[in-house]
Design a protein around this ligand. Sequence first.
Ligand code: T4K
Length: 411
Amino acid sequence: MIKAKIDDLAIFGAAPAFQRKLHVGCPNIGRRESFFRRLNDLLDKRLLTNNGPLVQEFEEGIARLTGARHCIAMCNATTGLEIAARALELKGEVIVPSFTFIATVHSLKWQEITPVFCDIDPATHNIDPKKAEALITPRTTGILGVHLWGRPCNIEALAEIADRYKLKLFFDAAHAFGCSFKRRMIGNFGEAEVLSFHATKFLNTFEGGAVLTNNDILAKKIRLMKNFGFVGYDRVAYIGENGKMSEVSAAMGLSGLEAMDDFVAANTLNYKEYVKGLSGLPGVSMVRYDESEKCNFQYIVLEIDEEFGHIDRDSLMNVLWSENILARRYFYPGCHRQEPYRSDPLWEGLKLPETEKISERVILLPTGTNINPDDARIICQIIRLAIEHACVVRERLAKMSDAEKQQFGTY
Ligand code: T4K
């Protein structure tokens, strides 16, 4: 339902724009028939896990699509990052952006590697290479870049720095499956790149991930490490993990790969509708993708600038949640302001001005195959109403008790 006037907003008592809740990260579901066919098949064969045929087929599919020489499927990206860091023999300090999902940083800390938080370039939301270089110490062994929202970070500048200082460079590419950098698919950069196939990702395997690399030796090591370090039935070569993807996950991934063009098409249509619907709105800028590159358009990301829009990000969140549009504040407030980092004396008083500013402004909106451009148009119209009537909206929210706001749910 299009809302045309301020009284139509749910915070003023009108019915919410959507009956169902619109989530950020609602899964894209691939070809059901082929998923069920594979599911039946794996049950018939009683082949459930341990590098089964579906995992191998999925790995081949991802390698073919990205052009990477090796794809090692994992149970999730967090484990993939941990295993990659260990296989790269990283120790001491690794430079990493703070503006990322907490798993990027935890994956280092979990290996007893000290994450050194780097600020971002506000124009790209990605790690700022100049600032990364300034953080290098004799203890630094690597740089972990993140392709946030699927937009590749400044790969060339980071590679040049890594080369000069003899550091290992690898990437958290959790958001960037199906994206390219200078016409080369993500999966081919640095020592390794780690994808996520979590339910909320562009392509999902329920839970899952993969490490991509063009380094044969590294690939071999990672493949062993994700299987407890076994090199045969009863010989162990490394300290290993259980990082394996199961057959049912691979079945989901394969049925998703078959529908990948549909996912991109749905995301692109939604993205274009959001661009159109939000253009010219004061205080609202939308993260744009380079349309000359391959892109999955999986994230609709806005920056809300209160100075121009006269409404702060969190008030806008209240407005949206009341309409059943469950926008998210990824990745507020920045990893360095989360535990255990925040209260560790090592990071005491650490200020990352761009990360802090951007994380206080960013809002993510629903997209994916669960919504369509008509939904996106309604969402834009609600944001437009809230901004055009920012003063009244702020007054209304200020009068609301916490209990009243709670009825919208908490973010
Ligand atoms: N690096 C980066 C940069 C990442 O963003 C992530 C994960 C990782 C590394 C680690 O990857 P994995 O180890 O997970 O493979 C979610 C995801 O759990 C997480 O995978 C993802 N990033 C992150 C950005 O988002 P939450 O805590 O926001 O999840 P949750 O449960 O609130 O889900 C988001 C929304 O999606 C919900 O509001 C409802 C909807 N949803 C979710 C699931 C699971 C559904 O509709 N159906 C579902 O099955 O972290």
